[in-house]
Design a protein around this ligand. Structure first.
Ligand code: UDP
Ligand code: MG
Length: 275
């Protein structure tokens, strides 16, 4: 059966050995991010869904998040999946915890370790590069996104979309520093790009992999992916998703991110005027 429009491949044909004998450090040509051979990538299978999780000092959230993703994905008729944690130079025990999760669940958990902190966009790009899935689903590590939204996103893709963007309709972040700048940013981005979404900033989205394959991600550009994809002909839509307050640690961003988003918006405007 074809679940979510993702072709199933016979198990024997799925396997392909991945240079297991001579692991080379990999370099991402755009961010300059480097990482060692991802754990668990020795044998690559054809996988339907890759959940990509950028991780920066999230030691307390990682295990509960893994449990939530597992519970969401291991239901009858669910597609095959992998979880790619991308450690973005964490200074806490995040890497150790990801390694432990990989050991407990080698079939699903993979780990990419960046050599220093490159930022969320670069971490996401590194995860996309390593991902095997036909559909890529980025998800925050801090439990603010809810893995139970993965299936609704996949169902929406199955209706014939290439990108389904999560919309944190009831966002659980502060108003002045978060929701207000976000309302303005979403209005600006929608107006300038002509691709109208309520919540560009929501990490939780679903992309068919073809859409992400030729995208160059830098700066804060990951949030503009739906607009870039739409210009490239992709069908883009959004659905409301759950959002939760951060339980452990604290946000890595302050109001300063707004400046970077605006600068990226200028880049986008330039790209648009040449396209
Ligand atoms: N993150 C990252 N590198 C960074 C900053 C953040 O990989 O330099 C990750 C972080 O661990 C989380 C996601 O990006 O999984 C979103 O970060 P955060 O929760 O701090 O942002 P907010 O939700 O407040 O926008
Ligand atoms: Mg967060």
């Amino acid at each position: 059966m074809n679940i979510y429009g993702i072709a199933g491949v016979a198990p024997a044909a799925r396997r392909r050995i991945f240079a297991a004998s001579s692991p080379k450090p990999y370099t991402n040509r755009l961010s300059g991010a480097t990482w060692n051979e991802p754990l668990g990538m020795e044998e690559i299978h054809k996988i339907a869904v890759s959940v990509v999780v950028p991780v920066y000092n999230e030691e307390q959230s990682l295990r509960p998040l893994w449990e939530e993703i597992r519970d969401a994905m291991e239901v009858p008729d669910a597609p095959s999946y992998e979880i790619i944690y991308v450690d973005d130079g964490s200074a806490d025990r995040s890497v150790d915890i990801c390694r432990a999760l990989h050991e407990e669940d080698p079939e699903h958990v993979r780990l990419v370790i960046l050599r220093r902190n490159f930022g969320q966009t670069a971490a996401m790009a590194a995860g996309f590069d390593a991902a095997q899935g036909e559909v890529l689903i980025p998800l925050d590590a801090d439990l603010q996104n809810d893995p139970r939204d993965i299936h609704p996103l996949l169902h929406k893709l199955d209706e014939g979309y290439d990108v389904v963007s999560g919309w944190r309709e009831k966002r659980k972040d502060g108003f002045i520093l978060r929701r207000l700048p976000s309302i303005i940013a979403n209005w600006l981005i929608s107006t300038i790009t002509g691709v109208h979404l309520h919540d560009y900033g929501c990490t939780l989205k679903a992309y068919r992999r073809e859409v992400t394959e030729h995208m160059n991600l830098y700066g804060e550009l990951h949030r503009f992916l739906p607009a870039l994809a739409s210009w490239a002909g992709a069908r883009v839509t959004e659905i409301p998703v759950n959002h939760r307050a951060r339980k452990f640690g604290s946000s890595n961003y302050g109001i300063g991110r707004t400046t970077r988003v605006v600068l990226d918006l200028i880049t986008i405007k330039f790209l648009l005027s040449y396209s």
